[in-house]
Design a protein around this ligand. Structure first.
Ligand SMILES: NC(=O)c1ccc[n+]([C@@H]2O[C@H](COP(=O)([O-])OP(=O)(O)OC[C@H]3O[C@@H](n4cnc5c(N)ncnc54)[C@H](OP(=O)(O)O)[C@@H]3O)[C@@H](O)[C@H]2O)c1
Length: 365
């Protein structure tokens, strides 16, 4: 049996420490992946700095991380789609409340995950590029396609055009870049926001119009852009995006539904845990009140929500493998490789927390 090593978080608020870890045993529907690249997400450092409020159920020491790419080394007894040696990307869900398992965290050499959260990747797609996608793709898909969320049509190779428009606030985030591609692949027009320097690449992903979210007239300009259009729903990503999307959706015709991906509190440097706990409850209640006032429905999305319904297989099995192989789906935002060992992950998380623009930080292993 191979020996495993992990970048452990030993307790809340503690830096990662590299050390031995058990080699994971796959459940019947799981695969074990030898990780060759892992990506970092805001979720990783949010749990690290705010573990009392964010994923408070986790049992420490724990292994964080949700995004892996590598080779399958073992498959469970009921697995049908993969064999040892296959190159894959996968979402790992160890932090979810009902899983709570270090064996399913990404920040280690070997990780177990459900075969339904993995996709084969083409030979010419590097592991470092493939690791960009899993959580951002899953969050975008959970927001756009779940029946309990915006509930768009699913993406397809040759989608019928719906004539409807999705608003994606925060298009240059990792989640946003995937949401633009998925919505376009499902036959929707896309209106999005980003810094002006990121507008060109977002149009290449399928956005029709890109507005600068820092412009004082951004909201009014987007309301104008929706005149004569039918809103299919809005996905709010980034600080302040929820209230803005609710106001815009309230002024639009169509499906006035806003899915929010970003918590209504900040975990930036200098945040206070006490203020965050009260701010979280107040922020959520405030969003609901504002939504009601504007005749809008709103919900927060769990990025791993798709693992519990048909959206998971629709994306990781039915859509993504062919879309990647045929060049219909892009790796966006592009990866920035910031290390080549588990020991580099703490720095990668710190760098993510400092802020990135239209890139995904990846560590190769
Ligand atoms: N609910 C979930 O399960 C879930 C899962 C994944 C992520 N998230 C959340 O989704 C958000 C995005 O995550 P990510 O990993 O995709 O982020 P990311 O890639 O780290 O986001 C970086 C981008 O944020 C953009 N940005 C900064 N402030 C913004 C604002 N006020 N409005 C719109 N965009 C803004 C910047 O755009 P420019 O450089 O163009 O200015 C930058 O490109 C985070 O809040 C994260 O916590 C939630």
């Amino acid at each position: 049996m191979p020996t495993n090593t992990a970048a452990w978080i030993p307790a809340r608020n503690r830096p990662l420490e590299v050390g031995p870890a058990p080699y994971p045993t796959p459940g019947p529907d799981q695969i074990v992946i030898r990780n060759r690249a892992v990506a970092v997400n805001p979720l990783d450092w949010v749990i690290q700095v705010a573990g009392r409020v964010a994923y408070s159920w986790l049992k420490y020491p724990f292994v964080l991380g949700t995004d892996v790419a590598g080779e399958v080394v073992e498959v469970g007894s009921a697995v049908t789609r993969f064999r040892p040696g296959d190159r894959v990307l996968a979402l790992t869900v160890g932090v979810e409340r009902d899983i709570n398992s270090a064996a399913q965290g990404a920040f280690q050499h070997y990780t177990a995950t459900s075969e339904m959260l993995a996709s084969p990747i083409p030979d010419d797609l590097s592991h470092t590029d493939a690791a960009v996608l899993p959580l951002a793709l899953a969050t975008a898909a959970s927001a756009l396609f779940q029946p309990s969320q915006i509930h768009l049509r699913l993406p397809a190779a040759r989608p019928a055009l719906t004539g409807e428009t999705v608003l994606i606030w925060g298009g240059s985030t990792s989640v946003g870049s995937n949401a633009i591609q998925l919505a376009a692949a499902a036959g929707y027009d896309v209106i999005t926001t980003a810094s002006p320097r990121n507008a060109g690449p977002l149009k290449e992903l399928g956005a029709g119009q890109v507005f600068d979210y820092r412009s004082p007239t951004a909201e009014a300009d987007i309301v104008d852009a929706f005149r004569g259009r039918t809103l299919a729903g809005a996905l709010a990503i980034g600080p302040g995006s929820g209230p803005a999307c609710i106001r815009i959706a309230g002024a639009a015709r169509g499906n006035r539904f806003v899915t929010t991906a970003t918590a209504p509190v900040t975990f930036e440097k200098g945040f206070s845990l006490g203020r965050t706990i009260t701010g979280m409850a107040g922020g959520m209640a405030g969003l609901q009140l504002s939504a009601r006032r504007h005749g809008v429905r709103t919900k927060f999305v769990n990025g791993a929500g798709l693992r519990k319904n048909e959206v998971g297989p629709a994306i990781f099995r039915d859509f993504l493998p062919a879309a990647l192989a045929e060049g219909r789906y892009r790796i966006a935002p592009p990866a920035t490789v910031v290390g080549d060992s588990l020991a580099d992950l703490q720095h990668a998380m710190d760098q993510q927390r400092e802020g990135v623009s239209a890139t995904k930080l990846v560590v190769s292993l």
